[in-house]
Design a protein around this ligand. Structure first.
Ligand code: PLP
Length: 593
């Protein structure tokens, strides 16, 4: 192997003489070479090669280790976790009592150890994995994001990212087009999660409403408005931005649909206007994480326009937290008459309802999109998009930077929150958009929805079970199981509406929780029933309040429910049938105890 040519600065350290003394022509270290040079020789054989031809240690090792990590998958019909041992193998915090080893490690051993860390981890692609919004990532996105590590460009600025910036810029264009914004005027910043997008959305409002705060800091009790169902990241963001969590104003939501109550929003805006208190950002959740509720963003826009901020303040930003539900927008102009993808009559009305709700996304000033949720991409590939790139980028603009020069027309370093930014998110998102196209995304969403409704219909046919979220149009099914032969539908109705059934509600909440914990225990211990493994599901201890407990003052009058959140293309109606069988057996076991 040849010793690679070195850059100018490195040549000074390793002179021609050094090279002759320390290494042989094929790259191996001379026996008399200093120890560092021996290490160096080893690294040259193991680092990715800068040149083509010959053997590339990276390419060889990746193939080998992807095959090895793939061996953690079970045989067909195996459990929904990876490897052989489903147990947690570390003790906390004792696990941290560890030191860096003195000698340089062995590459294969390190990667083998890395693979061992995946023992017992959930297998997201497994048909029985349905515990939360944790999707199996698509192949195009996994490869694209892995490739970003090989030549690790930095999306901070064009000199480093060069043409890889196209991934971010074309994401802006494709997503802008999809939503109904002018694609060329749309901006996009890939960032650290749905929380990062929310942070950008709220900051956009602060900067537009009170430009002075960029220099002088926040001195006003400015408000952030979101619904009672908005994601808890509202607290993280108002806390870290220094707005203060007390400055979040919550709009009531409809008990059944979980959607923002516009009359209450108007009351809030009238009150703030009268008191001359400014609003930085109004957040519409476009697809809550479980219920998939879409706030009526077009009407929120109209109210925001009707009640401008007091004099001296800029106009509030309307941010759409669409991180979870964003891809339903793919159904906004699906041809429901011709139904080209041939979805069943059962789900067509649901697809239409979701598509229509998301058609209103165009009213937002900015939105958050998680490709790692309903985009089937790996972490972290969240994309903050904004309608008016010129405005956003100019009002957040910071000055020139002494050690970075603008070599290309696209220089996000001047306005982003992060400094260095990986290309792995932009490439994962961009590859997903290009790989699925419109119909691929519609097919994956619709296909999973078909399995979801197979589960709902099955539940409806079980005497002792009840689906408690019939109103929801997402892919989550929430359900309860009762004692054998109970008329579950009638019993649940009583518990939901009747204060005199409170004790029964609490008792059956405990049963729900016990069944949920039993299922988790079975999953985590690799239990088999009739030779088959059990599913990986979860449960919620607060899906909604009982009707007589709207204000939530009674901490126990809440509806617990078992949860199925299918998120991969291997889910089938047969798997759903098996889930219910296991739930029945778990119920019997819990009742015996
Ligand atoms: C998941 C979620 C978030 C937080 O997103 P992360 O990607 O986990 O940071 C915010 N809002 C909603 C509606 C979510 O579902």
């Amino acid at each position: 192997m040849n010793i690679p040519a070195r850059t100018a600065t490195v040549t000074k350290l390793f002179s021609e003489q050094d090279q002759r003394d320390h290494w042989h022509a094929e790259g191996a270290a001379d026996g008399k070479a200093p120890k560092w040079a021996k290490y160096h020789a080893k690294m040259i054989g193991e680092f990715p090669s800068p040149y083509r031809g010959g053997k590339d240690p990276l390419a060889q090792q990746i193939e080998k280790f992807v095959e090895k990590i793939d061996m953690l998958r079970p045989e067909k019909g195996g459990p929904a976790y990876l490897g052989e041992n489903p147990a947690l193998t570390y003790k906390y915090p004792a696990v941290k009592n560890v030191k860096i080893n003195q000698e340089m490690g062995d590459l294969d051993t390190v990667i083998d150890d890395c693979i061992k860390l995946f023992e017992g981890a959930p297998n997201w692609g497994h048909p029985m994995t349905m515990f939360n919004v944790a999707p199996q990532a698509n192949t195009a996105a996994i490869i694209a994001s892995m490739l970003s590590q090989v030549f690790a460009v930095n999306c901070i600025e064009g000199e480093s990212a060069w043409n890889v910036h196209i991934a971010e810029l074309e994401s802006a264009g494709m997503l802008g087009n999809l939503i109904g914004w002018d694609p060329v005027k749309t901006g996009a910043i890939y960032t650290y999660g749905g929380g990062g997008c929310f942070n950008y959305g709220v900051k956009y409002g602060l900067t537009r409403v009170m430009p002075d705060i960029r220099q002088k800091g926040l001195r006003t009790d400015v408000k952030i408005i979101c619904s009672q169902q908005a994601h808890y990241v509202q607290q993280t963001v108002t806390d870290w931005l220094g707005i203060g969590m007390d400055n979040i104003v919550h709009v009531r939501t409809d008990e059944k649909s979980n959607v923002m109550d516009l009359a209450h929003l108007e009351e809030i805006l009238i009150d703030l206007t009268a008191k001359k208190i400014p609003v930085a950002t109004i957040i519409c959740t476009m697809g809550t994480t479980d219920a998939n509720a879409f706030d009526p963003i077009a009407k929120v826009r109209a109210l925001l326009d009707r009640y401008p901020n007091p004099k001296g303040y800029g106009k509030a930003i309307l941010y759409a937290d669409a991180v979870c539900g964003w891809s339903w927008v793919y159904f906004k102009d699906y041809d429901f008459e011709k139904n080209p993808l041939e979805f069943s009559e059962r789900i067509l009305p649901i697809l239409k309802q979701n598509g229509q709700a998301m058609a209103e996304l165009s009213h937002a000033d900015a939105a958050g999109i998680d490709f790692h949720k309903m985009g089937w991409a790996p972490y972290v590939s969240s994309c903050f998009i904004y309608k008016n790139a010129e405005e956003f980028e100019s009002i957040h603009r910071r000055g020139e930077n002494a050690y970075l020069q603008a070599r290309t027309p696209y220089s996000p370093l001047y306005y982003t929150l992060e400094v260095s930014r990986t290309a792995s998110g932009p490439l994962a998102g961009w590859a997903t958009l290009k790989y699925f196209g419109k119909e691929g995304m519609q097919a994956i969403l619709g296909g999973i929805l078909e399995s979801k409704y197979a589960l709902v219909d099955l539940l409806d046919s079980q005497k002792d079970m009840v689906c408690v979220n019939h109103e929801d149009s997402g892919i989550v099914t929430l359900f309860r199981i009762y004692e054998k032969d109970t008329d579950a539908k009638a019993q649940f109705e009583k518990e939901l509406t009747n204060a005199s059934s409170r004790d029964e509600l609490v008792k059956h909440n405990k049963l729900t929780q016990a069944v949920g914990d039993k299922l988790f225990e079975w999953f985590r211990s690799g239990k088999k029933i009739d030779g088959k493994y059990t599913p990986y599901t979860s449960y919620t201890t607060g899906f909604r309040n009982a009707d007589y407990n709207r204000d939530g003052k009674d901490a126990e009058a809440l509806i617990y429910a078992l949860k199925s959140y299918p998120m991969n293309v291997f889910i089938t109606p047969e798997v759903m049938q098996w889930v219910l069988t296991c739930v029945h057996i778990a119920r019997d076991e819990v009742m015996k105890a």
